[in-house]
Design a protein around this ligand. Structure first.
Ligand SMILES: NC(=O)c1ccc[n+]([C@@H]2O[C@H](COP(=O)([O-])OP(=O)(O)OC[C@H]3O[C@@H](n4cnc5c(N)ncnc54)[C@H](OP(=O)(O)O)[C@@H]3O)[C@@H](O)[C@H]2O)c1
Length: 310
């Protein structure tokens, strides 16, 4: 399984794909929002979507870095239509502001990629007092999807993609304490738990938005050599560097999920263009009661109306 996450796994699987590649103009006329597009996999996904003809909004927390990413993408895809928009996805007030502005500017949103991610060494909190990986990976994306619901519903083929991680296999949905207030904080555990929550909630979000024709997918990119890996896991990177994919290879399944026809079934978990099980390891299967409690906790924290398929 782990070899599959590497560059070798990607390149071996790639041989079975050519017939599966989206058409060159598959996303012409579509509008795509990619969070965390200033770096790594998000920037590569934005480039991949633009290459297929989408207008891409680079949703970033730092506009200067966003503009630098825009220039780098333009060097690869000179005809790309790229807009830089500022939003801190961990800050629910900023997400609310951004979503209102985005709906006014883009009444139809076809693709929403929740890519922004963090792996902090120490426990940090968002402006609303939530543990930062929960706010970044789960609460902000839930609120952004909900607030963009009318714009997504206006698309004939809306797709939302959560960029999770293979690290989520190491954790199950926590029995309580979703905000990781108790016990010794370990960043890798917080990261994996919240990546697990993304996958566990994908089924629920898919059901919630099905009647609006909005598909929700989760995927994991494998191990890709990005600034995020360099900064958060320097030892891992040093050891595994020859094995790591590049960011474009890590982003491949995001672009494929966004563009392939017929649309992939909603509510599933994907890696390297194939559906994957949500669980591998014994003792890491999700308890339905824990998932339900976590869902109620996060729905309330993310200000979702839980009477709607909640
Ligand atoms: N690389 C891998 O091997 C790997 C493996 C599994 C999963 N992933 C997932 O892939 C995604 C991208 O990771 P990466 O490796 O490309 O890391 P990266 O290079 O650190 O990129 C992360 C991006 O998220 C942005 N971001 C973080 N917090 C944000 C916030 N509150 N609001 C808006 N943007 C925010 C960062 O913005 P700044 O530029 O401002 O910091 C950056 O653009 C993450 O979700 C990560 O968990 C990566």
């Amino acid at each position: 399984m782990l070899v599959g996450y590497s560059r070798a796994g990607y390149r071996l699987r790639r041989h079975s794909w050519p017939a599966d590649d989206p058409r060159r103009d598959a996303l012409a006329g579509r509008t795509a929002l990619v969070t965390g597009a200033s770096s790594g996999i998000g920037m590569a996904a934005a480039a991949g979507l633009a290459r297929l003809g989408a207008r891409v909004v680079l949703v970033v927390r730092d506009e200067d870095r966003g503009n630098q990413a825009r220039n780098r993408i333009l060097r690869q895809v000179p005809r790309a239509e790229l807009v830089v928009a500022r939003c801190d996805v961990a800050d629910l007030d900023d997400v609310t502001r951004f979503a209102a502005e985005a709906r006014a500017q883009w009444p139809t949103v076809d693709l929403l990629v929740h890519n922004a991610g963090v792996l902090p060494a120490k426990r940090q909190e968002s402006r609303q007092g939530h543990e930062i990986t929960l706010a970044t990976h789960v609460l902000g994306p839930m609120l952004l999807t909900e607030r963009l619901r009318p714009a997504l519903a206006a698309s004939a083929d809306a797709r939302v993609v959560f960029v999770s991680s293979g690290g989520m296999y190491t954790q199950s949905v926590p029995a309580g304490d979703v905000d990781y207030r108790q016990g010794r904080f370990r960043g890798a555990v917080a990261y994996a738990r919240t990546k697990r929550l993304q996958v566990a909630f994908t089924t629920r979000l898919a059901a919630r938005y099905a009647r609006d024709g909005i598909a929700v997918h989760a995927m994991h990119p494998g191990w890709a050599d990005t600034p995020g890996i360099t900064n958060s896991l320097p030892i891992f990177r040093r050891i595994t560097k020859p094995l790591l994919r590049d960011a474009t290879e890590g982003a491949d399944t995001i672009v494929w999920l966004a563009a392939t026809q017929p649309p992939p079934p909603s509510g599933r978990f994907w890696h390297d263009r194939r559906e994957r099980p949500a669980h591998y390891l014994p003792g890491r299967h999700d308890n339905a009661e824990h998932v339900h409690r976590a869902w109620l906790h996060c729905s309330e924290a993310a200000r979702l109306n839980t009477s709607q398929n909640g």
